[in-house]
Design a binder for this molecule. Structure first.
Ligand code: NDP
Ligand code: NHF
Length: 387
């Protein structure tokens, strides 16, 4: 029996809703039943533009509606905490834009509120849901080689020569023990004056806006938090517009982060292990008109281009050409995942597949907290002392 669609209500009518509302509407099993604005006129305009049945004046009024099962919170960062708590109180599931909140303490409260209300919570960090991220995860899960391989690795750097096929053909590369992660995300001045990204009271600043992605990639690649960080910021009108940071983990892995509102477009990362590195130059979101790009660089200098399975569909001529229509759409994957969680009968199942995403969100925000503290204090910060 087909389950009924998950009906989303949208809070906010800004820039991101132009894209995400269409993504919600085009995800199977999901509908958008209402959109709310602070003003009735703008709600009407947004509902008409997107073909949404109900235009709602005021966010509280949307939360009170019976035709809304879940909300998509597309408000400035300073409002995410408040409206997530309100949505949970109203019994609505939540998809909340990034950065999840202003501090890790707020994120912990938001997740606790969702747990108390038995509703699902997910942050809209879509790259975590791209199929290639699952492949990165798999390569990283082989980070610790068996002892005999580790000994061999210490003796020679030719483990990946072609004549030595890997043990598991499904995992053709082993990154080996993680040594360094580098993540850089920037966009050159894309904002109008008055934009929340440039307003301190709305949670502005590049560290929260784009550092969210870079810190998230570093946490994802390592799986834990550094023991020490040091960050510096270039400030303009009281807002951090460029941030650079270094960090060191308890296992001696290191990382560097760079983000900027005044630097050319970058959405890059390099995850370097002892044996190979994963390189990706569009990890936050593949370019709309191009296939997702990532590579594995072996110690020998050999480079392999990774083509996600959805981009290697054979076309009608059998030529194996990439077909854009079949490409992984990370936002729809994210929405479908949340809709699946909403349909899980938690009374019948003890699984909590959302836990890893909650851990990722909390720890990303903890890392940002530490970087902000380092910028403020102009000194390295020990995370162990902050937990
Ligand atoms: N996942 C992604 O790829 C992206 C995520 N984002 C994230 O989405 C969120 C929203 O960003 P974006 O859509 O660009 O922001 P916009 O400023 O374009 O829109 C924010 C909306 O929030 C509502 N709002 C409520 N209170 C305020 C306030 N005090 N000041 C301004 N707006 C307010 C407004 O809707 P109304 O007046 O109708 O109530 C406004 O349209 C941010 O957290 C951002 O980081 C942004 C871009 C991409
Ligand atoms: O998340 C985001 C993705 O890209 C934008 C740049 O145009 C960011 O500023 C935004 O908040």
């Amino acid at each position: 029996m087909a389950s009924s669609p998950v009906r989303f209500g949208v809070l906010g009518t800004g820039r991101i809703t132009r894209r995400l509302v269409a993504d919600l509407q085009s995800t199977p099993g999901v509908e958008v039943s209402a959109i709310a604005s602070r003003t009735a006129e703008r709600a009407r305009w947004a509902a008409d533009s997107h073909g949404i049945p109900a235009a709602v004046s005021g966010y509280d009024a949307l939360l009170a509606r019976d035709d809304v099962d879940a909300v998509y919170i597309a408000l400035p960062p300073s409002l995410h905490h408040q409206w997530t708590l309100a949505a949970c109180r109203a019994g609505k599931h939540v998809l909340c834009e990034k950065p999840v909140a202003l501090t890790a303490a707020e994120v912990v409260e938001m997740i606790a509120a969702a747990d108390r209300a038995n509703v699902r919570f997910l942050d809209a960090t879509a790259w975590l849901h791209h199929e290639r991220t699952a492949q990165f995860r798999q390569w990283l899960s082989t980070a610790t080689p068996p002892p005999d391989v580790a000994t061999a690795a210490a003796k020679q750097d030719e483990l990946f020569l072609d004549e030595q096929p890997p043990a598991d053909p499904a995992i053709p590369f082993r990154v080996g023990p993680l040594r360094h992660v580098s993540a850089a995300v920037s966009f050159p001045n894309p904002f109008q004056s008055g934009d929340h990204r440039l307003a301190a009271d709305l949670g502005g600043g590049v560290l929260l806006d784009l550092g969210w992605y870079a810190a998230g990639m570093i946490r994802f690649a390592h799986g834990g938090l550094p023991e020490q960080v040091y960050a510096t910021a270039v400030m303009r009108d009281g807002i951090d517009v460029r941030v650079s940071a270094t960090m060191r983990f308890p296992d001696a892995a290191t990382a560097t982060l760079s983000c900027g509102f005044d630097t050319t477009t970058r959405k890059w990362c390099e995850i370097a292990g002892q044996d190979a590195s994963i390189v990706c130059d569009d990890f936050t979101r593949p370019w709309a008109d191009k296939p997702a790009r990532s590579w594995v660089h072996e110690a020998s200098g050999k480079v392999h281009t990774f083509v996600p399975p959805s981009e290697t569909q054979t076309d009608s001529t059998g030529a194996g050409q990439s077909q854009p229509g079949t490409r992984c759409h990370q936002e729809r994957e994210m929405i479908a995942r949340l809709a699946d969680w909403i349909r899980i009968d938690t009374a019948a199942e003890s699984v909590t597949p959302w836990q890893e995403f909650h851990d990722q969100a909390v720890q990303t925000q903890m890392l940002l907290d530490a970087l902000a503290a380092s910028i403020d204090a102009a000194t390295p910060i020990d995370l162990a002392e902050r937990v």
